[in-house]
Design a protein around this ligand. Structure first.
Ligand code: NAP
Length: 283
């Protein structure tokens, strides 16, 4: 069996075209959605991510501000910048790129962002909204995974979903979103005794670990949907996921590639969240 590909680039193009149309409609009402991206330090991966986010804003017609600060910026100074962006009426979404330098308490900075502008969905208020099924911003990566499932018309009700990884930004919110759609959800982590026994029961597997080949073909039920969130480098230095793609694609029914899968969807959902923040303001 060869799995069908869920193409994150193609789906992103579709969704971003819709975002662009809605941005144009908002601009006609005098509101330009605006995203502020704050980068502290010179982490090379972070620099690429923020560039891609700013470019996505430009492509969809949104306003963006990129603030670059040296790694020596103090926590107090960063909190003051967040306060200023909270008060800035041209900004509808604030994203502080993680990781932050060790002397800055990342959680404290996230909690300083106004929940109304928390387009990354990392604020405790956003987490609480997701947990209780209230309106709020969903973290972009798991939100993108849900859009991928929706794009193939996948009915989650009654299915068994296994999420590998339990971080606050991917694994846990992913599990809650799947639960909200009436899947039966199992969350696995580094303490899980027999990962293979869990994944073999799964109709949907989301791998969000950050280690190559965490999921191999012998761990997948034929026909399962496999979403690969992981971002790793292989021996040749090329980007790869957590899933042994070549092996698993022979067993799975659907699979996301890396690159070109969940990655572009994450940025697309950031655009969606920023747009929706501006739309809320417009009433
Ligand atoms: P994280 O905070 O490091 O969490 C990794 C999770 O994997 C932890 O819950 C850990 O368990 C679990 N884990 C580690 N080894 C395991 C094993 N052998 N078996 C089962 N579970 C294991 O990472 P993250 O921020 O969630 O990110 C996960 C991956 O997704 C990374 O590669 C990251 O780069 C990538 N990512 C991609 C995107 C995107 O846009 N594509 C966005 C965000 C993240 P414990 O909790 O027990 O330690």
């Amino acid at each position: 069996m060869t799995a069908q590909l869920i193409d994150g680039n193609a789906l992103s193009r579709q969704l971003r075209a819709d975002v662009t149309a809605r941005v144009t409609a908002l601009k006609a009402k005098g509101i330009t959605p605006g995203l502020a991206v704050v980068l502290v330090g010179d982490n090379p991966a972070s620099q690429v991510y923020v560039r891609n986010k700013v470019k996505a804003c430009e492509d969809t017609g949104m306003h963006s501000v990129l603030e670059r600060w040296p790694a020596t910026l103090s926590e107090t100074e960063l909190l003051a910048r967040v306060d200023a962006l909270n008060a800035d009426t041209t900004i509808h979404g604030i994203l502080v790129q993680l990781p932050l330098p060790a002397h800055i308490d990342a959680q404290k900075v996230i909690e300083a962002i106004s929940p109304a502008k928390d387009v990354d969905g990392f604020h405790i208020a956003s987490a609480g909204a997701l947990m209780t099924g209230m309106p709020g911003f969903w973290p972009c990566t798991p939100y993108g995974c849900m859009k991928m499932l929706e794009s193939i018309g996948y009915e989650l009700k009654g299915k068994h979903a296994v999420v590998i990884g339990r971080s606050n930004i991917v694994g846990k919110p992913m599990a809650l979103m799947l639960l909200q759609q009436n899947a039966t959800v199992t969350i696995c982590h580094s303490g899980t005794k027999d990962l293979k026994a869990m994944t073999l029961q799964a109709d949907v597997i989301v791998a969000a670990v950050g280690k190559r080949n965490v999921l191999t073909a012998d761990m997948v039920k034929p026909g399962a949907v496999v979403l690969d969130v992981g971002m790793n480098r292989n021996d040749e230095g090329k980007l790869c996921g957590d899933v042994d793609f070549d092996g698993v694609k022979e067993v799975a029914g659907w699979i996301t590639p890396v690159p070109g899968g969940v990655g572009p969807m994450t940025i697309t959902m950031l655009m969606v969240n920023t747009l929706e923040s501006a739309e809320r303001l417009a009433g």
